[in-house]
Write a protein that binds this ligand. Structure first.
Ligand SMILES: [Cu+2]
Length: 248
């Protein structure tokens, strides 16, 4: 095994410079609040859950709690305690079963963004409301000719989408190619933004931001700030990029 050539290490930037923000909640986590030391850490990827024999059964537990963001313990929303939630790897023709457990204080639900599946019943039905303390069993049937590609999941409960999405509830869905592209490795990169108070909780949102669209002070890749990744010369990578930085 050759050693990694550090000069080929790539720095992954966010969607631009991270602004220092003086928000409604006072001091926010930003470049000046002790974050420098957490930049450039080795890229981590969300847990991978893969279908087998045409089926994937997962449990997603939505909760407010301690979660690692930008290398520090923060208090935010997450699926299964990580930000982003696990990546679901599927193939065309698969059956996906998701038990969504709601451990939040508010109703929620689940939307599988972009998947070509039924919008009714216990499939991708955004009218489903999963009340706090209850769970719901979703069932999705992917057609045999489902387009391969990058999709994602997040809550779609009317009136609560922005708060729950911005708070940390999202994850990637990859529909794999029947004939895959030859690469050295694939990576899943989920880009998102979030604003946290100095104490590490989700910052309050001003009414204007709610109307005009909010933009987080921290731009994250897989929950990290400018993570570093390295590749050897002549290696070929395929990056699966989800933009979960909704402006809503
Ligand atoms: Cu969506």
């Amino acid at each position: 095994m050759q050693p990694l050539n550090r000069r080929t290490a790539l720095m992954l930037g966010g969607a631009g410079a991270i602004a220092t923000v003086t928000g409604v909640a006072g001091l926010l986590w930003g470049p000046g609040s002790g974050f420098q030391s957490f930049r450039g850490q080795k890229l981590s990827e969300p847990e991978a859950l893969r279908s087998a024999d045409g089926r994937l059964q997962v449990k997603l537990s939505a909760a407010m709690g301690q979660v690692l963001i930008a290398g520090r313990d923060a208090t935010a929303l997450s699926y299964n305690g990580t930000l982003p939630g696990p990546t679901l790897f599927l193939r065309p023709g698969d059956q996906l079963n998701v038990t969504l457990e709601n451990r939040l204080m508010d109703p929620t639900n689940l939307h599988v963004h972009g998947l070509h599946v039924s919008p009714q019943g216990n499939s991708d039905n955004v009218l489903v409301s999963v009340e706090p303390g209850t769970s719901f069993d979703y069932e999705y049937f992917l057609p045999a000719d489902h387009p391969p590609g990058v999709y994602w999941y997040h809550p779609h409960h009317h009136g609560r989408v922005a708060d729950q999405l911005f708070g940390g509830l999202y994850g990637a869905i990859i529909i794999q190619d029947p004939q895959s592209v030859p690469v050295t490795r694939e990576r899943v990169l989920v880009i998102s933004d979030i604003s946290l108070t100095a104490g590490g909780s989700i910052a309050a949102v001003a009414a204007t931001e709610k109307m005009m669209g909010r933009e987080g002070a921290l731009v994250l890749v897989n929950g990290q700030l400018k993570p570093a990744l390295a590749a050897r010369p002549a290696e070929r990578e395929r990056w699966r990029i989800v933009n979960a930085a909704h402006r809503n």
